[in-house]
Design a binder for this molecule. Sequence first.
Ligand SMILES: *Cc1c(COP(=O)(O)O)cnc(C)c1O
Length: 399
Amino acid sequence: METTIKSIKSNENIFEANNGMYGDFGGMYVPPHLEEKLIKLADFFQKEILHDDFENEYKYYLEKFVGRPSPLYYARNLSKHVGSKIYLKREDLNHTGSHKINNTIGQILLAHRMGATEVVAETGAGQHGVATATAAALFGIKCKIFMGAKDARRQQMNVNRIKLLGAEVILTENGRATLKDAVDAALGYYVENPDVFYLLGSQVGPHPYPTIVGYFQRIIGKEAKKQIIEAEGRLPDNIFACVGGGSNAIGLFQEFLYDPVNIYAAEGGGEKAEPGKTAATLSIGKPGVFQGTYSYAISDENGDVCPTSSIAAGLDYPGVSPQHSLLKEKQRAKYYAVTDDEAVEAFKILSCLEGIIPAIESSHAVALAMSLLKGQGDKISIVNLSGRGDKDVGRDQLF
Ligand SMILES: *Cc1c(COP(=O)(O)O)cnc(C)c1O
């Protein structure tokens, strides 16, 4: 494992968005009437976050409702097993079970302040659907969740949770009936219904969503940095996260982009890194316009997006965040395709060794850390545990 960066001047901001553009990536590739809506949202967001009362309300719900700060837990047994010091950032302990709630709380405040009467969202693993339905219940706003029928079958418990929270679940059988198809369906509804607020769940889609989602997930890295310095008196050597669309990873990474810290990301490698058998977008994809943004995507010779495959519904997506595309291009972060089998192995190991059952998505990050850190004795690493595995334990594939 090589050391990547020495130091980068922190005032350059070369890894951040400039009006929705991350270098060449990002932007707003949408029809004109949608562009109008998105520009309005971008302006509203930029104004709101400058107000102390917005920030205070956001912080209030993160603390009292979500349960933040989430602990940074020294995984003693896993560390011993691997032969390197590993800390887990415990997003699995958040209310509703993953990092998604950080973003839905932020966006529901925007929706509420904009006077929206209905929110819509897509969901893959169901975690964003649950987090959105939860936030909508909290503010008494009507809520529709679009979900691929295949994902609904493999995440039945989350479908039931969304319904219990008073939201409507709308299944789509289009395409592979997974996350991409849910996004298409939700976007379609959003385009046709002008008063609806689209509560996007990952760092994808047109501007301003990557900026908004990145902003609300930043709390992960802010806390983690403070916590590791309290625990160890220094920055970590390495940080790890899994990447579906890229929101939990960017949440952790942002705070360390200009520090001498190695950044590693685990994509849903599926069965193996071939089109149709993987969801490792940055590992095998190429740049193109997909779902409103210019970013990496897995597409064929004609530029058509390919179906993806991953054991983790939350990673099973052919697009990815434009900011991660930039971080890959600038080689500031390294992206690896972690296979289904490697993730299942890590899922079992973490459960037995630490008494923590991780989400199958998060298990990809654990697997990558386990393989890269073997024998890295005195090195200190943080692995973002993006969610808990309760939603996965009913699946025979994992036993
Ligand atoms: C949704 C989800 C992911 C993937 O989404 P990102 O936007 O890449 O973070 C990862 N882990 C869990 C637990 C999820 O629910």
